[in-house]
Ligand binder design. Structure first.
Ligand SMILES: [Zn+2]
Length: 316
C-alpha cells in the first residue's frame, strides 16, 4: 500500500525523505523532518520518533542510522522515522521546552493544528504519521543534567492484550528494567487514541553522545523489525523486570551535588552514593543506597535545589 505524507505519495518499494510544513515562526518556517521507507513486501507499519526532547541526541543518531541501515527491497511493511520532532529546541540547543511557546513537546500530544507551534508539531506527528502506524517507538535519553541507561517505558492501559504487546516490544530492546508510565500528553496518547502499542525507550545523556546508548536504541529497533517480520532473521526477546521496587533519593536542601556513582552502576545497601554540601563546603546530606540494586536515574548537574531528585535506585 502507498504511504501518503501531505501531497507526497511513497509507493511500495520506495523511500522518501523530506520535511513536512508545520507552521511559520516570526523569522523562519518550522518543518518536521521525516523518512518513509515503504518496503517491497506487505507488513505492518512501525513509526519511530526521536528528538521529542531536543537535546536528547543519542536517539536522533540512532534514528538516522536506522534509516540508512534499511533498504526498501529487504523490508516487509513500512518504516516511518521522524528523527527530530522538536526542531526548534534542537537548533537553539535548549532543553525541556520549545522556546517559541514554552511548552514541553511530550506533554501536548495529540496536539492541535490551530494552537501554538509545539501543539502543531504534535498534531503533525500524530495526524500525519502515528495515526497510520501499527506500532510506535518513541526514543528518548535523559535530558540536561541527567543520565539514564537502558530503560523502556510502557503505558498504563486496562487492555491486557495491548499491555502484553507493549511488553513484547519492550523485550525486543535489552533494557535493565521496564516501567509502566501514565498517559498524560506524552506519545503514550497513541495507546488511547489509536489502540496501538507504544513504548518509550530511554538511554543516554545529552552530552557527550555515548555509542552504547545509540546502539541500545538502534539494536533494539532492528531487533523489533525482525520480531515484527519486517526484516529477515531471528529476533531475540529479552526478559526484563517490569516495575521493580525503586526508591527516589532527593535533596532536602540545595547546594552542590558531589555524586560518587554513575548511571546504571550496581550499588549495595548502605553504600555511599554521594553528598550534598553548601557553598562554603559544609556537608548537608550524605546519600546512601537503601538496598542492593542499580542506579536507574542519575542527576549529573552539580547544582541542586531543594526537592530535586538526585537519583533513583531500582531493585534490579
Ligand atoms: Zn525525553
Amino acid at each position: 500500500m502507498a504511504f501518503r505524507v501531505g501531497e507526497l505519495t511513497v509507493e511500495r518499494g520506495e523511500e522518501q525523505r523530506g520535511y513536512l510544513e508545520v507552521g511559520r515562526a516570526s523569522t523562519h518556517d518550522v518543518d518536521l523532518p521525516f523518512i518513509v521507507i515503504n518496503g517491497s513486501g506487505e507488513g505492518p507499519t512501525l513509526c519511530v520518533t526521536a528528538g521529542v526532547h531536543s537535546i536528547e541526541c543519542a536517539p536522533v543518531e540512532a534514528a538516522l542510522r536506522l534509516a540508512d541501515s534499511v533498504e526498501p527491497g529487504e523490508l516487509s511493511g513500512t518504516l516511518v522515522i521522524l528523527p527530530l520532532v522538536n526542531t526548534e529546541g534542537f537548533h537553539a540547543r535548549t532543553p525541556y521546552h520549545n522556546d517559541l511557546d514554552h511548552l514541553n513537546q511530550n506533554k501536548v500530544f495529540p496536539g492541535d493544528p490551530e494552537a501554538s507551534v509545539t501543539k502543531r508539531v504534535a498534531h503533525a506527528v500524530f495526524d500525519g504519521f502515528v495515526s497510520k502506524a501499527d506500532y510506535l517507538v518513541d526514543c528518548h535519553s535523559a535530558d540536561l543534567g541527567e543520565d539514564v541507561r537502558r530503560a523502556v517505558f510502557i503505558f498504563k492501559t486496562e487492555d491486557e492484550g495491548l499491555r502484553a504487546r507493549m511488553m513484547e516490544v519492550a523485550s525486543c530492546f535489552n533494557p535493565t528494567l521496564v516501567e509502566t508510565a501514565e498517559i498524560s500528553g506524552n506519545t503514550g496518547e497513541a495507546v488511547n487514541l489509536y489502540g496501538i502499542p507504544c513504548v518509550m525507550t530511554e538511554s543516554g545523556t545529552p552530552y557527550p553522545i555515548r555509542e552504547e546508548d545509540v546502539l541500545f536504541h538502534l539494536d533494539g529497533l532492528r531487533n523489533l523489525l525482525r520480531h515484527l517480520g519486517m526484516l529477515e532473521g531471528e529476533a531475540s526477546l529479552n526478559n526484563p523486570p517490569l516495575d521493580p521496587k525503586a526508591q527516589r533519593l532527593w535533596t532536602e536542601m540545595g547546594g552542590v551535588w558531589r555524586r560518587g556513582v554513575e548511571a546504571g552502576e550496581r550499588v549495595t545497601e548502605g553504600q555511599r552514593l554521594g553528598e550534598v554540601s553548601d557553598l562554603v563546603g559544609e556537608t548537608l546530606q550524605e546519600v546512601v543506597a537503601p538496598f542492593d540494586g542499580a542506579v536507574s536515574f542519575l542527576r549529573t548537574h552539580y547544582s541542586v535545589n531543594a526537592g530535586d531528585t538526585l537519583l533513583w535506585v531500582a531493585d534490579i
